[in-house]
Structure formats: C-alpha cells, structure tokens
Design a protein. Structure first.
Length: 425
C-alpha cells in the first residue's frame, strides 16, 4: 500500500507499508512548480499581489524567455536523460531531486556499460540543468561524482571517433551521381543536391546553418557569393556572421556557379534557398537538417561510398591543411567577421589582417580581390624560385658537383614544387 503526502511545493513523500502497517520503504518525488509560479514566488512578499495584476504581462513574457533559454533539441535531450535518471531513482527508492552525490555516482557506475563519454557527460548536464531550474544547489565537481566519473572514463578507454573527412576526389564522385542518367543532365533535385554538396565543402557550414539560409541571405557578385549566417551553434544569441565563398576555376566544381544554376532553374526569389522537393520537383517547405543528412547519405550510397559519418567542416579543414594554407577569418569591430574560403599562407594572412585593421578595406569583395592579387604575386615568386632551383640542379649534374648548399636530397625534395593556385575548388 502506498501513502502519499505532499509537504511543500517541491517534494512529495510516498511510504511503502506492508500488511501489518510497518513502513518498509520511502520514496521522495519532486513536484516541480511551473516556471511562471517560480518567477512569481521570487517577488518580495509586499509585491506578491502584483503577479496577477500589472506585472502579469511582463511575467508572462519572462516565462517565455525562460523557456527559450535552451534550444529545442537540447531541451529534449535534457528531458529524456532526466526522465531516465528519475525512473532509475524511483526503481531504487531514492530521491532524484535533490540528487545526492553518492546517488549520482552510483547511477554513473550503473550506466557506464551503455553510455560513452558524451552520454555520461549529458547525464551530468541534465541533472545540473534540472537542479538549476528548481533553484537547488548542485555541482558535478563534487569529489564523489568527479572521482567516479574519472574512473569510469579510464576504465572504458574508448577512442574518440571523429567524423571522416571527404577528399576532393570523393566530392567529385558525389557530384557525378547528381546527374540524371536518363536525360544526361542534372534534374531539379540533382541541381539542389549539387549546390548543397559544394556549399557544404566550400563553406564548411553545418547542416543547420545551411538549411536555415533564405534567399535574402545570399548576395552573388562577380568575385563570389556572400552568405549571411544569422544563427549558429557557436552563436546562440544570433549576432550573425558573413561567409564569402570565391568562384572556382572549374565550372563543374564551382560552388557559386552551382548556386546560380540552382536558383535560376528553381525560380526561388524569396524564402528558403534549399527546400524539400517531391519526385516531380514540387517545392514543399524548408529542408530540415535530418533531411539534408538523408540526402547526403543517399548520394554517398549511389557513389559507392560506404561511410555514414561525414563532416564537411573537417573536409574543408583537411583540404586546406593538405595544401599547407590557412583559412581567412578576419574579425571586424562594429560588424560581423569576414570569413572567406580563399586559402592563404600565414604570411599573406597576416598582411591581409594588418590592412583590414588599418581600415584599408571596407567590404568583403575588396578583401577577396586583394587576396587574389597577392596569390598571383606569390605564384610568380614561387615560379621564379623553382626556375632558379631547376637551373641549379641542371648545373650541378653537368659539373658533377653537388655542393654543400644544393645537396642531392635537398634538390630531390624541392625540384617538383611547381606553382599552383591553392583554392578549395
């Protein structure tokens, strides 16, 4: 038999009684008040009556902002994780809120065989979130919790598996399957998928950032296109940023050209740039992040690529590391940062940043034009250096003297470094 008594607004106590009337167990379940009640109860006693009067509208807005403090996906993840922890506590007849450090440590030990690093850390984050919401002090840095957590992670020894990076060859294979084999050219879904793939690779954008783009967020110029990212994972408050993608040397792999063709064929003049499409090409609302993932997975299967974990941000960074160049991201005071996909050497990057700080450039287009000009000059200097090195190589072979400064190993390492422009596509 269960006897329940609610002592206050935060907890209810249930007593388990056997047939003889002896208490054999207790269970404490927290009854969390609504957010608006919590906000109202924080008012001083002398002004509590205002919660239902002049302050009602303002408190209602405050409730809405409090509920919007977390992203919907984070709220759902915290909720599911907290429900699992609460059910486990109810099964073992221990209070879930407030959660004693020993109880949390026991839960981590019980779940370590099913949860990895991220899952265990999500448990601690969810417990901390619900304690903050209830106005209760709690910290995951408690020695009882931190010690057990450290021991669990040491015992698991699970390697971190980062998402694999796509190479430029694999990108071309994905682009090839976007063409309709029956008509010999890309259909409307194929044009959309081609633009998606190239924008992912050239811009290094997340799925949520890409599908959130509207037509008014894109500005196409002769130098490339500028994307306005209104909201990002690292920009929860929505300050925004600008990403400028330059044109490629080849039309088939140029992200700007792919975007131009897609916008022309789809006749999109406003709203979402990447919508959902039916089999007949009818537009049906904005494409979701999961929908984009399904598109990428389907194209990878058509191209014969068995991988299911792909990071286009890692792909872009790996491509730039392979060419020994850094990405150009220039912060500006009083405006969003300049973020372009043209790769520059650290020396040229420092030169561009110094000129931006001095106020010489006022737009992203000016930065791109100056970067291209510096790349041309760098290629010319590299060509001259390679010519001199080849001449020294030929002279050394003719004379039979390698010389101390032009050894055979040095020549072999440097003889093939012919100039080539290093861009993403």
């Amino acid at each position: 038999m269960q006897l329940s008594a609610c002592h206050n607004r935060q907890a209810s106590v249930s007593l388990a009684v056997n047939e003889t009337g002896e208490v054999v167990g207790t269970e404490v379940t927290t009854v969390m008040p609504p957010v608006d009640l919590q906000l109202a109860e924080t008012l001083p006693a002398a002004f509590a009556h205002l919660a239902a009067g002049p302050l009602a509208e303002a408190l209602g807005k405050a409730v809405g902002f409090a509920q919007a403090s977390l992203a919907p996906r984070a709220e759902k993840a915290y909720g599911d994780t907290w429900n699992a922890f609460r059910d486990w506590c109810a099964l073992h007849r221990v209070p879930a809120l407030p959660a004693a450090p020993a109880i949390v440590a026991a839960y981590l030990a019980a779940r370590q065989d099913r949860l990895g690093r991220s899952g265990l850390r999500l448990v601690l984050a969810a417990i901390a979130h619900h304690h903050r919401r209830a106005g209760l002090p709690w910290t995951a840095a408690d020695p009882a919790i931190a010690t057990v957590m450290h021991g669990v992670l040491r015992s698991q020894k699970r390697p971190v598996r980062p998402a694999a990076a796509l190479t430029s060859t694999e990108i071309k294979q994905l682009l090839a399957v976007c063409d309709d084999r029956l008509i010999g050219r890309a259909s409307l879904p194929g044009l959309r998928d081609r633009a998606l793939l190239l924008m992912c690779f050239a811009g290094g954008l997340r799925r949520a950032e890409l599908v959130a783009l509207d037509h008014e967020d894109i500005a196409i110029t002769k130098d490339g296109l500028t994307l306005r990212i209104r909201h990002a994972k690292g920009d929860q408050e929505g300050e925004g940023a600008s990403v400028l993608i330059s044109r490629g040397r080849q039309e088939k792999t140029c992200p700007v050209r792919a975007m131009e063709v897609w916008l022309q064929r789809s006749r999109i003049a406003y709203g979402p740039v990447f919508p959902r499409l039916t089999a007949t090409g009818t537009i049906e609302g904005r494409l979701s992040g999961n929908g984009l993932w399904r598109i990428l997975r389907r194209r990878a299967a058509q191209a014969g690529q068995g991988r299911l974990t792909i990071s286009y941000g890692v792909s872009m960074a790996s491509h730039q590391r392979s060419t020994r160049y850094d990405r150009l991201i220039i912060p500006r005071s009083g405006g969003p940062p300049i973020n372009i996909s043209i790769s520059l050497t650290p020396e040229l990057l420092g030169l561009i940043k110094a000129r931006v700080d001095s106020g010489r450039y006022t737009s992203s287009s000016e930065v791109v034009r100056e970067a291209l000009r510096l790349l041309e000059r760098a290629d010319e200097r590299e060509a001259e250096a390679c010519t001199r090195l080849r001449q020294a190589w030929d002279d050394g072979i003719a004379s039979g003297d390698s010389g101390p400064s032009t050894s055979l190993s040095y020549r072999r390492r440097h003889i093939g470094c012919w100039p080539r422009r290093r861009r993403l596509v």
